[in-house]
Ligand binder design. Structure first.
Ligand code: C2E
Ligand code: MG
Ligand code: MG
Length: 756
């Protein structure tokens, strides 16, 4: 009997625990919880009986009360289990009423009658519950339909002792244990059936929902993908799930991302992270590049924790954005980074470089490229630019980053730290590269370029100031024939705040008429007679040292103020002429400088004509000086304006002649009257080579009937040499510095250098 009790106890206990464990896994199968607890209670009941038999009178009463509560509890659990098994609802009020009724019934039988009688009542209740369950579940197609009959049998077996006496105890025990075992197994199977059906239903619903989705959806355990929708296969270029192996999954993730992605997946799967999202490059099965966005979270798939992944294919959007970004930061013709990209790079370098770390910026501008385009056509010009780009890139890979700043302007940013000497070496290397011919399919071309070199931090510590300095140096280099390098000096640099301040002050300066003109005499090279004055702008800023016209004219050009400043100065020159006219019988023409930008304005000749008319100044008293670069850079536009000016009766001088290369051709094309030889050609005189160059210019000018002025003559030797070379007029410190109107009047009155 003891063995039988142990066997019954173990069976009931194991079934109870098993059912509870099943409930922990599948919470939806609530009946496994109820019946599991009911089994555990049944397993404990025999112990209550032995406690009762060993207790004293008071103890027995206590045990009886406990048993009443315990019995009515587990019978309620049995009823609840069947209600849940039949998937019915029961209110808490009903549960409370059932517990109360059962307690009263059990209490009455326990205290009035005997243990066997109480067991029989319990059996009858079990039988009743079984009958109800039978009614509810018999129609079911699953094994749960047997729960009712089995319970009825259990109820009957419990009553056996009362009907057949103590002899039937062993039989009752055995039968009850077997019935509990069978009922447990039935419930077990029912739970599994239900879970599987539910999982199937959910899976079908999930598949229906994701089937037509444009986003890829996949369900995976740690390594294995168990479900994916058609969009997922399409994104990766797969035909079926079979093609996805764990190796493929790992290979699809770039190496540098793999560890991070795996950690995220594990953390989401083990629940330490609720969800995760990331994006990155991936490859389709055929190798095509993709850009995908991933979102993952934990889910349950067929009873197991799994990862749900939603993939959005961002490739098109990403590629469009990348193309737009490339377009915005790169030059279309050469594919090189553009000015904006260079500025960004420069700012980065300025921010990340240590103050003791030097780097070099070279600006390179092809000389006379406009003429090249005019002569060979723009498509050939494009080919030359591409060939130059290729050569520079090939030769300077790893040494400098190349960008294209404008039509014929390039920048080279040294990749590594370079000291001043090494930067010079780099510039010379570029010069050597430029000396090679550019080989195009039909022809070979040679190009000259002017190179401006700026050094961080020596010339500037900000991107803008470095660029400005290199640009100014490049413009200086333009004045030297052939491919030449000029190193930027501090004077080329103005801090951005300073530039802004100067531009603001310039505006106020024009309104407040803070500008005046200084007049530098031009004399006859043979007899020193005064032939004319050049009017040179001066800015009198309160509390500020004299600002060079090179600086403020450039600022006026940048801000678009050059038009109004130019007209203001022209008016001042006219006023001065009228004044001198009143004060002196002698009068000489005054040459006013004109900015390239003024000359580009189609309304400029008319403005000049109107101003002269307003002051009543005849055109022969005013001439204009246009710098060579302006005329060359925009030949066609300049030509139209120059013709109109000539038609108005104004003489035009080509200023700073000799700083470019195409000058000789220019002289023939433009309607000019005077050519002013730049100081850089006069300075080396009387060296024989220098005299030869000046002589050649004078001879050509003579055939074109142009007058020649030598600029920047500082010594008597230069003056003599210029005169012998054929210059008609001389201008320079040797005769006079730019003068105030009063000093200039003295010259006018004397008709030559006045004797002080
Ligand atoms: P530029 O038109 O070539 O003027 C000649 C410059 O050379 C003047 O400098 C003059 O002072 C300087 N110079 C004359 N003789 C000598 C000499 O013997 N030795 C040396 N070292 N220099 C000499 P400045 O006045 O500083 O003007 C510089 C430039 O600024 C001018 O060059 C011109 O391009 C521009 N500029 C001056 N005034 C005006 C103006 O009213 N309008 C425009 N658009 N530009 C102007
Ligand atoms: Mg001039
Ligand atoms: Mg000049």
């Amino acid at each position: 009997m003891i063995n039988l009790s142990i066997f019954s106890f173990l069976v009931t206990l194991i079934m109870g625990v098993a059912l509870l464990l099943l409930w922990r896994r599948y919470r939806a199968a609530r009946f496994t919880r109820d019946i599991g607890l009911y089994y555990l209670a049944l397993a404990i009941t025999p112990f209550l009986f032995s406690i009762y038999s060993q207790a004293g009178d008071r103890g027995q009463t206590l045990v009886l009360w406990g048993t009443v509560a315990f019995g009515s509890g587990y019978l309620t659990l049995l009823l609840l289990g069947m209600v849940h098994l039949a998937q019915r609802q029961i209110s808490w009020a009903k549960i409370a009423a059932i517990i109360l009724s059962l307690s009263l019934l059990m209490g009455y039988t326990m205290f009035q009658h005997s243990w066997p009688f109480a067991s029989t009542v319990s059996g009858l209740i079990t039988f009743s519950v079984g009958a109800i369950a039978w009614r509810w579940l018999w129609a079911s197609e699953h094994s749960d339909r047997w729960a009712g009959p089995l319970l009825c049998l259990m109820g009957v077996a419990q009553c056996a002792q009362l009907a057949f006496g103590v002899d039937a105890t062993a039989f009752q025990f055995t039968l009850n244990t077997l019935l509990r075992l069978v009922l447990g197994l039935v419930l077990f199977q029912t739970a599994l059936q239900r879970v599987t059906t539910e999982a199937h239903r959910l899976r079908e619903q999930f598949e229906r929902l994701t089937w037509n989705s444009h986003q890829g959806v996949a369900i995976a355990y740690t390594q294995e993908i168990i479900y994916c929708n058609p969009a997922f296969l399409k994104i990766y270029g797969l035909t079926s799930l079979v093609q996805i192996s764990p190796e493929w999954i790992n290979a699809a993730i770039p190496e540098d991302e793999l560890a991070a992605v795996m950690t995220l997946r594990h953390r989401v799967l083990d629940g330490t992270l609720e969800d995760a999202a990331w994006e990155g490059p991936r490859r389709r099965l055929d190798g095509t590049a993709l850009r995908l966005r991933f979102a993952i979270w934990r889910t349950e798939w067929e009873g197991q924790p799994a990862l749900q992944t939603v993939i959005t294919d961002d490739t098109e959007h990403h590629d469009t954005m990348a193309a737009l970004l490339h377009q915005a930061t790169h030059d279309e013709l050469t594919g090189l980074p553009n000015r904006g990209a260079l500025l960004r790079r420069l700012r980065e370098r300025c921010q990340t470089s240590r103050p003791d770390e030097t780097f070099a910026l070279l600006l390179l501008d092809i000389d006379r490229f406009k003429l090249f385009n005019d002569a060979y056509g723009h498509s050939m010009g494009d080919e030359v630019l591409k060939a130059l780009t290729e050569t520079l890139q090939r030769e300077l890979t790893g040494v400098a980053e190349l960008s294209r700043l404008g039509s014929d302007g390039f920048a080279l940013l040294g990749r590594t730290a370079l000291d001043a000497a090494q930067a010079q070496d780099l510039a010379q290397r570029v010069q050597r590269i430029l000396a090679w011919p550019l080989v195009l399919p039909e022809q070979e071309f040679f190009v000259d370029a002017s190179i401006g070199l700026a050094l961080y931090p020596e010339t500037g510590t900000e991107a803008e100031s470095l660029l400005r300095a290199a640009n100014a140096a490049m413009h200086e280099a333009k004045k030297i024939a052939g491919t030449s390098v000029v190193v930027a000096e501090q004077r080329f640099v103005l801090g951005s705040a300073e530039v802004l301040e100067q531009e603001q002050a310039l505006r106020a300066g024009i309104i407040n008429r803070e500008f005046s003109l200084a007049y530098q005499p031009k004399v006859d090279s043979v007899n020193g007679a005064l032939m004319g004055f050049e009017a040179l702008a001066r800015w009198h800023r309160a509390g500020v040292d004299a600002v060079s016209p090179v600086q403020f004219i450039a600022a006026a050009e940048r801000t678009g103020l050059i038009g109004s400043l130019g007209m203001l100065l022209l008016s001042q020159a006219c006023e001065q002429l009228l004044k001198w006219h009143e004060e002196s019988v002698n009068l000489v023409p005054v040459a006013v400088n004109v900015s390239p930008l003024q000359l580009l304005d189609p309304g400029f000749p008319q403005l000049v004509g109107n101003t002269l008319k307003r002051y009543g100044v005849a055109p022969e008293w005013i001439s204009l000086e246009v710098t060579e670069s302006a005329a060359i850079g925009n030949m066609e536009q300049a030509l139209a304006q120059l013709i109109q000016l000539r038609d108005l009766g104004l003489k035009v001088a080509l200023d700073d002649f000799g700083t470019g290369f195409s000058s000789l051709a220019m002289l023939r094309t433009l309607p000019l009257s005077v050519v002013k030889i730049d100081r850089s050609l006069i300075d080396p005189m009387p060296a024989p080579d220098a005299i030869a160059v000046v002589q050649a210019i004078c001879q050509l000018a003579a055939t074109l009937k142009l007058r020649v002025v030598a600029e920047g003559v500082e010594t008597e030797a230069q003056a003599d040499a210029a005169q012998r070379a054929g210059c008609h007029e001389i201008q320079g410190y040797f005769y006079a510095r730019p003068l105030s109107p009063e000093q200039a009047l003295k010259w006018l009155l004397a008709g030559t250098r006045p004797i002080c």
